[in-house]
Design a protein around this ligand. Structure first.
Ligand code: ADP
Ligand code: 5GP
Length: 186
């Protein structure tokens, strides 16, 4: 059998583990990788740019897109809706670009059903204390939302066995290097 590089990769893991940082450095090192830009009903954080970090939409707009089949997958995470716009990912794959979806556990499970050929990668923090430090250090959530995210993180981490690969995001550069290898990038 000829081994083919992964075309669609799912990157999941607890909030604050570094999914965004890993995805950004991967795309910087490998510009052919398409990073999917999700739609969300979550309000923008200071500094987040429409169309770059997310497409920020209202709940009715999001729900209409989901009903129209325009989302490859979608899920509710801590009270907000998040979903992957289908056409951009299909265009990238059609153009021969590897695509990366940075999504939550529920979304990863949907992709496992609908696109079983996708590579599924779970990012783990080196320690629980380090995950808390990164979430606090990022400074984008208040204490209540942070606690909620850590509770969700406990459930997500328990599901890591469902994934093809589990990478511990200790050193960022090394993590990106290992992800590139398993995605078959060069
Ligand atoms: P996620 O997208 O998983 O919620 P982020 O990419 O926003 O997480 O990362 C959370 C914080 O941790 C950010 O401040 C980021 O710079 C930092 N971070 C990410 N990866 C590492 C790493 N390997 N070592 C130290 N800090 C990291
Ligand atoms: P945040 O609010 O920190 O940007 O994202 C919260 C969670 O939503 C993270 O686990 C992130 O991976 C996930 N997420 C972001 N975009 C999507 C998406 O399009 N679909 C799904 N299912 N989850 C997403």
């Amino acid at each position: 059998m000829v081994w083919a590089p992964a075309r669609l990769t799912v990157l999941a893991g607890p909030s604050g583990v570094g999914k965004g940082a890993v995805a950004a450095l991967l795309a910087e090192r490998h510009p052919k990788v398409y990073l999917s830009v999700s739609a969300t009903t979550r309000p923008p954080r200071p500094g987040e740019v429409e169309g770059e970090n997310y497409f920020f939409v209202t709940r009715p707009v999001f729900e209409a897109a989901a009903r129209a089949g325009e989302l490859l997958e979608w899920a509710e995470y801590n009270g907000n809706l998040y979903g992957t716009p289908r056409p951009a990912v299909e265009d990238a794959l059609g153009a021969g670009r590897p695509a990366l979806l940075e999504i939550d556990l529920a979304g990863a499970r949907q992709v496992r059903q609908t696109m079983p050929g996708a590579l599924q990668v779970f990012l783990m923090p080196p320690t629980w204390a380090e995950l808390e430090r990164r979430l606090i250090g990022r400074g984008t959530e208040g204490p209540a939302e942070r606690l909620r995210r850590l509770a969700t993180a406990e459930r997500e981490v328990q599901a890591r066995g469902e994934f093809d690969f589990v990478l511990t995001n200790d050193d960022l550069g090394e993590t990106v290097g290992r992800l590139a290898v398993i995605m078959g990038l060069n």
